[in-house]
Design a protein around this ligand. Structure first.
Ligand code: FES
Length: 154
């Protein structure tokens, strides 16, 4: 994480003194972007750098599902399991993923390429069911469109 400190210093300039805790989330996002996840050593380094309690960093990490504590596959598929997506058949989609592609919630495929997670509302309820593949949204998903999405992965 130490090589990111010059970037963190630039971020710090945007906040008034005494608001270091506001930097926890943007710093964690940058760390994850760099490493792929947030390691124990990153938490320790961030606590020391920002001078915030470790519990504050842990709270942010446990609240946001977008932040990860361990490595995942190259592709992160996230399916919304909330009410609108549930009413529009996300459970069938999840079953389809398991039966046809061997992809199960909370797991990474045997080849290490795809990690699948169920998450809460992705904020696109009008186009349910919705999945995210890495940073991109895919809406109105069907068995056919999820098959195409997975078959297009390199
Ligand atoms: S309920 Fe699925 S995006 Fe909101």
């Amino acid at each position: 994480m130490k090589h990111l400190i010059p970037e963190f210093e630039k971020m710090k300039e945007r906040y008034p003194a005494g608001f270091e805790s506001s930097l926890v989330l943007p710093c964690l996002r940058r760390i994850q972007e760099d490493r792929g996840y947030v390691a124990d050593e990153d938490i320790a380094a961030l606590v020391e750098y920002l001078g915030v309690p470790r519990a504050q960093v842990e709270e942010v990490l446990s609240y946001y599902t977008m932040l990860r504590r361990k490595p995942i596959g190259r592709w992160h598929l996230q399916a919304c399991r909330n009410i609108a997506c549930s009413m529009r058949g996300v459970e069938s989609l999840v079953s389809h993923l398991e039966k046809k592609h061997g992809i199960r919630p909370g797991e990474t495929t045997a080849d290490g390429r795809v990690t699948f997670s169920l998450v809460e509302c992705l904020g696109s309820c009008g186009t349910a069911p919705v999945v995210m593949l890495n940073e991109a949204y895919h809406e109105n998903m069907s068995f056919e469109s999820i098959d195409r999405l997975l078959e297009g992965l390199k």
